[in-house]
Design a protein around this ligand. Sequence first.
Ligand SMILES: Cc1cc2nc3c(=O)[nH]c(=O)nc-3n(C[C@H](O)[C@H](O)[C@H](O)COP(=O)(O)OP(=O)(O)OC[C@H]3O[C@@H](n4cnc5c(N)ncnc54)[C@H](O)[C@@H]3O)c2cc1C
Length: 556
Amino acid sequence: MIEDARLIAPGSSLEADLCIVGGGAAAIALALEYMKCGRQVILVPGGGPNQTAASIDLYRGKVSPSGTHEPLEENRLRMWGGTATVWGGRCVPFDSVDFAARPWVPNSGWPIKLNELKDYISRACELSEAGKADFDARSVFPNSQMEIVRNFDDDDFVTWPLERWSIPTDFSKRYRAELECASNVKVLLHAHAIHLQVSSDGLKLSHVKAACSPGRDFQVRAKKTVLACGALENARLLLASRDILTAGIGNSHDLVGRYYQSHRFGVCGYVKLKNPDQDFIYEFEKDPAGVYCRRRFWLTPHAQEKHRVANVVGFFFRTAAGSSEHRNAMVSTVLLVKTLLGGARKGPKRLFHILKEQRRELVSHLWIILKDGPSIFGQLTTVAYTRFCQKRRLPMVLPLKKTNHFPLFYQTEHTPHYESRVMLDEFSLDDFGMPRLDVAIKFSEIDYRTMTTFITLFKNRLEKSGLGTLHLSEADKEFLAHPERQDFNSNSHNIGTTRMSETATSGVVDVNCKVHDVENLYIAGSSVFPTSGHANPTLMIIALALRLADHLKAKS
Ligand SMILES: Cc1cc2nc3c(=O)[nH]c(=O)nc-3n(C[C@H](O)[C@H](O)[C@H](O)COP(=O)(O)OP(=O)(O)OC[C@H]3O[C@@H](n4cnc5c(N)ncnc54)[C@H](O)[C@@H]3O)c2cc1C
């Protein structure tokens, strides 16, 4: 059932076997799995079917020092469906190496292993509509060449690892009908959790205090509660619920909010291949079920250990549109149209100014378009069709092979750092009176070294093998010399603030994602990841939520 919580009388007390706080991919996966056991579930999603100015404001917070992290209300959606209402759909599992305690990566190691998650990753792929959980090009595409560029792979790099692409599935829409029909599940649209009430001895969660608007509170009393609000809000709720446990729930060792991680990513240089028309697998490939897949350059665990760096991947990206260096007619067409329309909308004076200021770049874009002639029209139609008219969306428009200009994108693990943390901002409250967050993200030398090592090794390999060249601009060289100066944007990969650990002195939740020392409070989402890997987090978030559902169902 999906209900409007604004109709609940203030002061009411609702009862359930399980309360799920949150309404994103983690919460929905958990609800779908738990629903099958017939026990009563109440889901408090933190908003309605759309974001509103008021809900966006609930996510606002502070970044210390200012500018070192994206604004907290960007890239996180406070609503039913959560951030996966806008996600890209890239599905990547963690690698075995991510679970290992690596002596050269501080604070690494999970108390569980990848093998224990294999079945859950398969199910997560199903829920995400990303096909079969096979991420190895050698078995998914046995009849094609294994490597991205023939003869590139060596001891340091392999290129058979695949990423798979979800539709991208908006879980709140895709599974709405199932949830609506489930008589044992109640989704309380517009309800927010505003306090977690523990018993007087602090050992048990007694209820979740919820509200749709300030001053109109009600309670959800459940045998078990799972927080699935994303890594920033999970920590915030625990820290802000401090009437009995004065440091916050699960925080007796001052670990809630610490080890906050994200990923570092960006584009550095572009590749020119000696022969882009031959032995080069570059575009998205469809697996037998029609799911888009793409290969990636992965720095092997052996190379990670040899060079004492963290986990990292790369792939060729779409062109940055601003300059005409790419010689890609389609990108130039889009850019010209956007610039001219944008200018025209602001009036003739502004348009004239743009034409005057940018005439050189605009003329070179026009020249690229004229040279490519009518072929652009065909390409634009194909792209528009595959991107907007089909249920399964083409993940990204890539420059054509013949442009021979392939920007190198990298995405690296962010290693856990004790001082990288989210805290409460004691001086700023939201509409419900909850302290807002203060985020201080920190990186270590190994994070910077991982980026520069990856790019340097990639360049050496490409050039030594005679397969091509990685061209670096002055800005790229400056970045390689001073990677710490690069601007940071987390893109909603918020990880690690309630890390999983065997003991209460080294983490916030145990191997079953239960908060240490609180008997009926659990956490779902990337906040429980002890390390971040290079993988975009959602597939693993869902896999761990499904594992948690199994654990809870088995418990009682
Ligand atoms: C533009 C973009 C593209 C992305 N692309 C990818 C991609 O390709 N691949 C990938 O793996 N990841 C991607 N991500 C990240 C991905 O969207 C997130 O990892 C994922 O959505 C996290 O799911 P979640 O359920 O843990 O958290 P969220 O989706 O953030 O959901 C949190 C939920 O908790 C609710 N909530 C918050 N506070 C409260 C409260 N106090 N009470 C009740 N409820 C509350 C919110 O309303 C929301 O429903 C992308 C993100 C963005 C922004």
